[in-house]
Design a protein around this ligand. Structure first.
Ligand code: SAM
Length: 223
């Protein structure tokens, strides 16, 4: 299948299954207007995150990598009354756009966006006794993924769902020369997920509007 065909299939699925609405479209338009890179999850992936959060009955969600809040909106919409999502973002400009997008979607009451290096924000969350989170979505700087896994485990409970995005990287995840730090980070987190006795994990390749990539999905068990 060509990438054009895959793109057309994603467009068809979006129409057939309803992957968009004015608030999501406005968020993507605001991101583009502000010059943010178009590296948000695809609409189909956003809906998958939403469904995973609902299947897990998530009340507390942690997101690492906010960008303009597109995935944040999908996840926040899955929360029940009183639920909360904390989303971590390095760039103040991204966080500012995300806060506006979240407000436009009517979700500010349940979304907290923290600005700074995610590793620092994660340490602060641990120090505050935040968590355990019910679902953790990791979608930031890929070289830090093994550290994000370690922090996510400290902020988890048995049953917590973990999702790591972009682990296939157009198939380049099989490269072993260590030349690309994002591939090194993706391989390291996949292998850590496989080794960690508390974790049951899979990874699924995806093809669609964002090209060829994939995500890892895991559940935390008893320690
Ligand atoms: N999850 C978003 C979505 O689907 O709408 C996309 C996130 S984008 C792929 C990655 C984001 O991670 C960028 O906004 C980037 O600024 C942020 N980021 C990169 N390094 C970071 C770090 N060390 N700490 C926190 N955020 C970081």
């Amino acid at each position: 299948m060509s990438e054009d065909q895959a793109h057309a299939v994603d467009d068809y699925l979006a129409e057939a299954l309803g992957f968009s609405d004015p608030a999501l479209e406005a968020a993507l338009a605001a991101n583009a207007e502000a010059g943010l890179p178009a590296i948000d999850v695809s609409p189909a992936q956003g809906k998958l995150l939403h469904l995973l959060a609902r299947v897990a009955g998530a009340r507390r969600i942690l997101e690492i990598g906010t960008l303009g809040g597109y995935s944040t909106i999908w996840l926040a919409r899955a929360l029940p009354e009183g639920g909360r999502i904390v989303s971590l973002e390095l760039e103040p400009e991204h966080a500012a756009v995300a806060r506006e997008n979240v407000a436009r979607a009517g979700l500010s009451d349940r979304v907290e966006i923290r600005v700074g290096r995610a590793l620092d924000s994660l340490a602060a969350l641990e120090a505050e006794g935040a968590g355990p989170f019910d679902l953790v979505f990791v979608d930031a700087d890929k070289p830090s993924n093994p550290d994000y896994l370690a922090a996510a485990l400290r902020l988890s409970r048995p049953g917590t769902v973990l999702v790591f995005d972009n682990v296939v990287r157009r198939g380049r995840v099989v490269e072993t020369d260590g030349a690309d730090s994002s591939i090194v980070g993706s391989r390291a987190v996949l292998e850590a997920l496989g080794r960690e006795p508390r974790i049951t994990a899979t990874a699924i390749q995806t093809l669609g509007v964002k090209g060829w990539d994939g995500f890892a999905l895991a559940i935390v068990g008893e320690g």
